[in-house]
Design a protein around this ligand. Structure first.
Ligand code: NAP
Length: 333
């Protein structure tokens, strides 16, 4: 019988791509919150995880072998403007899930971030001193601490991933590729560094760690440290677009943004030692991303539509508004 995997944050970028990646090998259930979606070959349920009771009953109902806790508030600006929501989603939910997984003997994988450091050093290890510079990082760190305190066998994954996104939620690579497809310029930071990993590679390594009974904190990231600008250039070249459309900018020029760490790169040395493995090269991961182009989340995730409208606006809707606003009728005296 297939092992059961339950993924929280079920409509999110990571959850959807995780489900697409493992649905042949595991019985997958996505736990949805506000957005209601369907994905073939994957079960779904709706639950709010804010209360310990509801968390407990949803896990007791599905009896998963593994919970992948991806639910989170990942928007840096929103975490700063709504600290209570950030605390609730990034800390309290993680605590609830950790308590229930521990009580019910379920393996928990908690998804954390690379956003936990001051950002003045390259390739942080699992032992590097954390020092978040904003409320997103602060609450994700507190979430990790709740998981460590309440679920001793949990696996905590620090990462920064790329993948295809569904229409209602574009990923960073979609943002770049969509602009390139339309021959539009994009501005990317040449002084913000990370170690991106394709979700499929992240999923593969995480399940290998689960199978080897690993616990505690692991960085699961790519082996190549690059700036966001370099990421865009590599993407453009790999997908045969004009890389000249990508402009270098400095994060220092964006003073209105919430402060972010400049160097978010993580070291994957511990992961590679424990699994005695290497991470697929960035070029290989881009090749996989390209192969997925026609069978990715964008084409497979169905947003459950209510009869009188849609639950999202997409790039075409936004462009339509921009086009209307640019008409002469709106620029007269
Ligand atoms: N995106 C990145 O680049 C990145 C990088 C490093 C780490 N991470 C971490 O990876 C995880 C997944 O990120 P993502 O980009 O996939 O996020 P996402 O697309 O924004 O998805 C977040 C999910 O959490 C759900 N959620 C929010 N509040 C909830 C609540 N109270 N109860 C239950 N579910 C709730 C959302 O559901 P509704 O929308 O229906 O409310 C959504 O499905 C996060 O923990 C994030 O911190 C992300």
């Amino acid at each position: 019988m297939k092992k059961k995997v339950l993924i929280t944050g079920g409509s999110g970028l990571l959850a959807v791509n995780w489900a697409l990646s493992i649905r042949g090998d595991y019985a997958v259930t996505l736990i949805l919150h506000h957005k209601k979606i369907s994905l073939s070959g994957v079960d779904k349920d709706v639950a709010s995880l804010d209360s310990l009771d509801e968390c407990s009953s949803v896990l007791a109902k599905h009896q998963p072998d593994i919970v992948i806790h991806t639910a989170g508030l990942a928007n840096v600006e929103e975490c700063e403007s709504d600290p209570d929501l950030a605390q609730e989603v990034n800390v309290d939910l993680a605590k609830n899930i950790a308590i229930v997984c521990s009580d019910q003997g379920i393996k928990l994988v908690h998804i954390s971030t690379d956003h936990l450091f001051l950002g003045d050093q390259e390739l942080a290890t699992e032992e590097s001193i954390t020092n978040p510079v904003n409320n997103y990082g602060e609450t994700k760190l507190l979430g990790e601490q709740q998981v460590l305190e309440n679920c001793k066998d949990a696996l905590i994954v620090r990462t920064n991933f790329f993948c295809w996104g569904a229409k209602y939620h574009q990923s960073f690579s979609d943002f770049i590729l969509n602009k390139l497809k339309k021959n539009k310029q994009s501005n990317l930071f040449s002084d913000v560094y990370f170690t991106p990993i394709l979700v499929d590679e992240l999923v593969k390594k995480t399940h290998q760690l689960i199978d080897s009974n690993a616990i505690g904190i692991f960085n699961i990231v790519g082996s190549e440290r690059m700036s966001k600008y370099e990421f865009g250039i590599k993407l453009a070249k790999h997908f045969n677009f004009d890389s000249g459309l990508i402009n270098k900018i400095s994060i220092n020029a964006k003073s209105s943004l919430v402060k972010r760490p400049k160097d978010m790169s993580l070291s994957n040395k511990k992961l590679c030692q424990v699994l005695n493995c290497e991470i697929a090269s960035f070029d290989e991961q881009l090749r996989t991303l390209k192969e997925q182009e026609n069978k990715n989340a964008d084409n497979q995730v169905v947003l459950d539509i209510i009869p009188y409208g849609r639950h999202y606006i997409d790039e075409d809707d936004i462009q339509a508004v921009v086009d209307v606003l640019r008409q002469g009728a709106y620029t007269g005296p």
